[in-house]
Design a protein around this ligand. Structure first.
Ligand code: SF4
Length: 488
C-alpha cells in the first residue's frame, strides 16, 4: 500500500493551530536580527564564548553578533574555543559511518538535486532486499562499517514498508565470520506522518534525519515547485516535532548551504534547535551542514549566487559548534580531504569509503556523476581515513552503544551538556577501535592505530574510576582474543 502523505493531509497540518501558536521561525524575524546585529565589544565577546564553554546554546542575537566579527585573531580564538568545546563534550573521537543510498526514484523536483523528477538522463534504480543485503555485506564484511545512514528519495516505491523492510534486512546481515554487522541504522528520508514514524521507532531506527534544505521561506518556494510534496515548507519544518511525538527522540537537522545566504541558514538551524529544546527538552543530536555540489541536470547546483566559499564554510562550522555546543556535527565526503582534516578539531562524525551511486558498493564503482545525487570530494578508503585520523591524534569510533543502552533523547542531552557522555564514548571508542584494527586494518594503519589506542588506554587508566577501568580492560582483552560486540 502506498503510504505517501497526500497534499490535503499536509494542508491540514500546515493550517493547524499548533503552528499558528508557535511560529518559531520567520524570514522577517531573522532578517531583522541580522540587519541590526553589531560585532560584540571585548567583554561581550568573551561572555558569549564563556556561555558556549558552559555548553549553553547561544541566543539568535548572540550568534548574529559573532557573525559580524571581522578581526582574524578573534576568528582564531573562536576556532580554538570551538575545539575546546568539542574536546570537552566529545573528547578526541570522530564517529564513522557510511551512507547507503537505496533509491533514486523521486517525485519531487528540487532544482539543485540530481534525483529530481525532471532529470531524464538519470538511470533510476531502487535496491531490492537482496541487493541491500549484498551492499551491507560489502560495507560491514569487507570494509568494517558498523553504522549506516540509509537514504531514500520521496516516492511511493520508497514508502514506510520499504524503509522498514530495508532496515530489517541491514540489521539481519552477519558476515565475514561474525566480524561484519551493522549495529545502528540511521534514516534520511522524507518527512512522515506520526503513525509511520511510530513504526520506524519500533523498527529500531537510530537517528531520524530530515534537512530543511533552506530555512528561508521565499527561497524554499523557488527551489521546491509548489506542485510537489516537498513544496510544503511547514510539512518539512515540523517533521521533527512529529518524530518527537512518535517517540523518536534522536533527530538530526541540517541545511543545504549554498541555496541562500549562509548567515540566514545558520540562524534558521539555531532557531530549530531552540524550538526542539524548548518544546521537547531535547535538542538535535546532530547538525549537518552539506555544501551544495555539482549535480547532473540541476542548474542551480552551479549557478546559485549563494555558493559558500571555503573561508565561509569554516566560519559556519565554528559558529555551529559555538551556537549549539552540545550537538554532534557531521561533515561528509562532499568536502575535500584537506577541508575535512582542518575541521577534525570541531566536528564529531564523518563518512568514508563513500559511494553514493545506487548499488555502487557491490560494483566498487568509480564515481559516476550521471548516476548519483551530487559529486563527492573525498573518495578515500575507510582504512586511509582512519590512518589519517590516527596520525592527527584522533581515535575513530564505531560505537553504537548509546542507542542500544537507552542513552538517547533527554538522557544523552544531559550527559552531553555535563560532559559525562565523553566518558562512555571514550571507553566504547577504544573497544570498537580494537575490533576494527584487528579485523580490517592494513598493516600500516594498524601500526598507527596501536599507538593511538595505547595513549587512550593510558588516559582511561589515569582518569576513570577503577571499576570502570577494570571492566573496560576485561572487555578489551576479550575483544582482542576474538569476542565481538562488547560495549559499556
Ligand atoms: Fe528528491 Fe530529495 Fe532530490 Fe528533492 S533533494 S529531488 S526530495 S531526492
Amino acid at each position: 500500500m502506498i503510504q505517501t502523505v497526500t497534499k490535503s493531509q499536509q494542508r491540514e497540518y500546515v493550517a493547524s493551530e499548533e503552528e499558528k501558536l508557535h511560529p518559531f521561525l520567520s524570514d522577517e524575524g531573522i532578517e531583522q536580527i541580522l540587519q541590526t546585529a553589531k560585532a560584540p565589544n571585548e567583554n561581550a565577546f568573551h561572555d558569549i564564548l564563556q556561555k558556549s564553554l558552559a555548553i549553553q546554546a547561544l541566543s539568535l542575537p548572540e550568534l548574529a553578533s559573532l557573525m559580524k566579527i571581522q578581526d582574524p585573531e578573534k576568528w582564531e580564538e573562536m576556532f580554538h574555543t570551538a575545539a575546546v568545546i568539542k574536546k570537552k563534550v566529545y573528547d578526541n573521537r570522530v564517529v564513522m559511518f557510511a551512507p547507503l543510498y537505496c533509491s533514486s526514484y523521486c517525485i519531487n523536483n528540487c532544482l539543485y538535486c540530481g534525483f529530481r523528477r525532471d532529470n531524464h538522463q538519470l538511470a533510476r534504480k531502487q535496491l531490492t532486499q537482496d541487493e541491500i543485503r549484498n551492499e551491507t555485506d560489502v560495507l560491514a564484511g569487507n570494509i568494517g562499517h558498523k553504522r549506516l545512514i540509509m537514504v531514500f528519495g520521496e516516492h511511493p516505491s520508497s514508502d514506510i514498508d520499504y524503509i522498514l523492510e530495508s532496515m530489517k534486512t541491514v540489521y539481519s546481515v552477519r558476515t565475514n565470520q561474525g566480524k561484519g554487522m551493522i549495529r545502528r541504522v540511521n534514516i534520511n528520508a522524507a518527512p512522515m506522518t506520526v503513525e509511520d514514524l511510530k513504526r520506524l521507532n519500533v523498527g529500531g531506527i537510530g537517528t531520524f534525519q530530515v534537512f530543511q534544505e533552506t530555512y528561508h521561506q521565499a527561497t524554499y518556494r523557488l527551489m521546491h515547485p509548489e506542485n510537489t510534496i516537498k513544496g510544503f515548507y511547514n510539512w518539512r519544518l515540523f517533521a521533527m516535532h512529529r518524530a518527537m511525538e512518535a517517540g523518536i527522540d534522536d533527530v538530526g537537522i541540517g541545511a543545504l548551504f549554498g541555496l541562500y545566504d549562509w548567515h540566514f541558514e545558520l540562524m534558521g538551524l539555531l532557531s530549530h534547535a531552540h524550538e526542539l529544546e524548548c518544546r521537547f527538552g531535547i535538542g538535535p543530536h546532530t547538525v549537518s551542514f552539506p555544501r551544495m555540489e555539482y549535480a547532473a541536470e540541476a542548474p542551480i547546483s552551479t549557478q546559485s549566487p549563494y555558493q559558500v566559499s571555503d573561508a565561509d564554510f569554516k566560519k559556519i562550522v565554528i559558529l555551529t559548534r559555538l551556537a549549539i555546543p552540545y550537538t554532534g556535527m557531521i561533515i561528509t565526503a562532499r568536502e575535500h580531504p584537506a577541508m575535512i582534516k582542518s575541521l577534525y578539531p570541531i566536528v564529531t562524525q564523518r563518512d568514508a569509503s563513500t559511494c553514493i551511486e545506487i548499488g555502487g558498493y557491490q560494483k566498487q564503482a568509480a564515481q559516476n556523476a550521471d548516476a548519483q545525487q551530487f559529486e563527492l570530494g573525498d573518495t578515500r578508503s575507510l582504512d586511509a581515513v582512519i590512518r589519517e585520523l590516527g596520525e592527527s591524534g584522533y581515535i575513530t569510533s564505531f560505537c553504537t552503544a548509546g542507542y542500544r543502552c537507552g542513552r538517547t533523547g533527554d538522557k544523552i542531552m544531559s550527559l552531553l551538556k555535563s560532559g559525562k557522555e565523553s566518558c562512555f564514548c571514550k571507553l566504547n571508542a577504544v573497544l570498537t577501535y580494537r575490533e576494527w584494527l584487528d579485523d580490517f586494518a592494513s598493516p600500516e594503519t594498524k601500526r598507527i592505530g596501536e599507538s593511538v589506542i595505547q595513549q587512550e588506554i593510558g588516559e582511561i587508566k589515569r582518569e576513570m574510576p577503577a571499576q570502570l577501568v577494570e571492566k573496560t580492560m576485561e572487555y578489551y582483552n576479550r575483544i582482542h582474543q576474538g569476542e565481538r560486540d562488547l560495549y559499556i
